[in-house]
Design a protein around this ligand. Structure first.
Ligand SMILES: *[C@@H]1O[C@H](CO)[C@@H](O)[C@H](O)[C@H]1NC(C)=O
Ligand SMILES: *[C@@H]1O[C@H](CO)[C@@H](O)[C@H](O)[C@H]1NC(C)=O
Length: 442
């Protein structure tokens, strides 16, 4: 049990080795640890245990307790946690001394994870199996099955359709020298190539975020001077922040770097903030008429009307509500004028009739005169009031005209900023999508 099972000490033990990946249990992006479950198969020869089956009634193989026999000190160099795999207490030995030892192994190994392309990432993790102590002179490692066969059987045996999908397993024998030593060690290097299934992350992270962005984009079509776009955008921003808080657990946290999707979320948030700021700016322009500065500054008007309007091909549309109001106002003014004229004519009429009455009825003259005077006073008052109303209407129309100008300027600026925003957003999304696509096609 204590000796290497070879008759001539100079010859090494040949260890045939193979494995089957049974399950990828988990990948921890934070600690760079991958947990996998394997079935191992080791085959070697014990030259001391041989028998003739004819002497033992045709017995070809027996099982023996593992503890009573020499076994190679196989080790996985990437182990970062205690080996918690179940111990299989027996192994098979046949009449030529060939020993087959199969066992399950749960491997918690370190792996350098690159999450830049999350959730479309492909990880390559390597596992090296080899004797911990024995050098090449004592134990040589041989691959029992071809890598293609190992990949095929692993794919066949992986039961769960979890987050990770196996692409392939490559295997080769490597030799390395210890530091400052002349001894050579040999081991078998398996590199697992696994791919993440991105659907979960697409549905939970990318699509809701895209929806919110689209709503933010479409909210530019809310007319600024009628609806409270600022409040709407603020609500949207709040919703997005909540979404990020909730979905933060799904994102891999890695000190090594930020994945593209993290940048995507940050830029989305930034764009929402920018669009809110834009709305505040436009609202400020709109409410300039309410503040002391009533007239549009000449420079602003010149810049806006000449350069920006040309740049965005702005067709100077009349704000429909405004023209309607104007027409209505004109009508009203005409009506008021007519009314005034009418009053005057009535006044003249009454004076004429007064003359007749003077001739007709002398007695009622004083009485009539009194009442006429009263009517005259009354009409005068009315006409004064009407003048006041006309004046106020005029000033109001002036105010409205100024406001209309401000609204126009606000619309032009809004249009310009919206286009800039649109260009930025579309170029950003196109670049992200192409980045993912190119990586995924590889
Ligand atoms: C052991 O093997 C070496 C080389 O393989 C050989 O030269 C030597 O004679 C062998 N010794 C015995 C005792 O068989
Ligand atoms: C070990 O593997 C090699 C190469 O695959 C094969 O030729 C040899 O027969 C195997 N040995 C045993 C004992 O199965």
């Amino acid at each position: 049990k204590f000796l290497r099972p070879v008759k001539n000490w100079t010859s090494p033990v040949q260890l045939n080795f193979s494995l089957t990946l049974y399950e990828i249990i988990g990948v921890n992006e934070k600690t760079h640890v991958i947990t996998t479950y394997f079935w191992l198969r080791e085959i070697w020869r014990n030259e001391f245990i041989t028998w003739d089956p004819a002497e033992f009634g045709g017995l070809y193989q027996v099982s023996l307790p593992v503890d009573n026999i020499w076994v190679p000190d196989l080790y996985v160099y990437e182990f970062v946690e205690e080996d918690l795999s179940p111990q299989i207490p027996y192994l098979y030995i046949n009449n030529t001394g060939e020993i087959r030892h199969t066992k399950p192994l749960r491997i918690v190994s370190s792996c350098n994870l690159d999450i830049f392309y999350f959730p479309f990432d492909i990880q390559i993790c390597s596992l090296s199996f080899g004797p911990y102590l024995h050098t090449v002179k004592d134990i040589t490692m041989v691959l029992h099955h071809t890598p293609e066969l190992i990949t095929a059987t692993s794919k066949y045996h992986i039961q769960n359709k979890g987050e990770w999908e196996l692409i392939n397993i490559e295997a080769y024998v490597t030799e390395f020298k210890g530091e400052g030593e002349t001894k050579k060690y040999e081991d078998l290097l398996f590199s697992l190539k696994i791919k993440r299934r991105p659907l979960l992350y697409l549905v939970n992270l990318v699509i809701p975020s895209t929806f919110l962005m689209v709503i933010d984009l479409l909210s530019f079509y809310l007319p600024i001077h009628e609806t409270d776009r600022g409040t709407f955008k603020m609500t949207l921003l709040l919703g997005y922040t909540m979404f990020l808080l909730i979905m933060n657990d799904l994102l891999p946290n890695n000190a090594g770097g930020t994945p593209i999707i993290g940048i995507y979320f940050s830029v989305c948030l930034a764009l929402m903030v920018i669009s809110l700021l834009e709305t505040i700016f436009i609202t400020n322009i709109l409410h300039q008429t309410c503040s002391r500065r009533q007239k549009v500054p000449k420079i602003l008007r010149k810049i806006t009307m000449k350069f920006i309007a040309k740049m965005i091909c702005y067709v100077p549309m009349q704000i429909p509500e405004n023209t309607e109001e104007k027409a209505h106002r004109k009508k009203r003014l005409v009506q008021v004028k007519k009314y005034n004229d009418c009053n005057e004519s009535i006044l003249v009429d009454s004076e004429v009739s007064e003359d007749y009455r003077v001739q007709e009825d002398g007695l009622q003259l004083s009485k009539n005169l009194q009442s006429l005077n009263a009517i005259h006073q009354f009409l005068k008052k009315i006409s004064g009031d009407l003048f006041m109303i006309q004046h106020s209407i005029n000033s109001h129309s002036e105010y409205n005209q100024k406001q209309g100008e401000w609204i126009k300027i606000a619309y032009i600026w809004d249009c310009l900023l919206f286009r800039i925003y649109l260009i930025f957003l579309s170029s950003f999304s196109v670049s992200i999508v192409t980045c993912w696509c190119m990586w995924y096609k590889q």
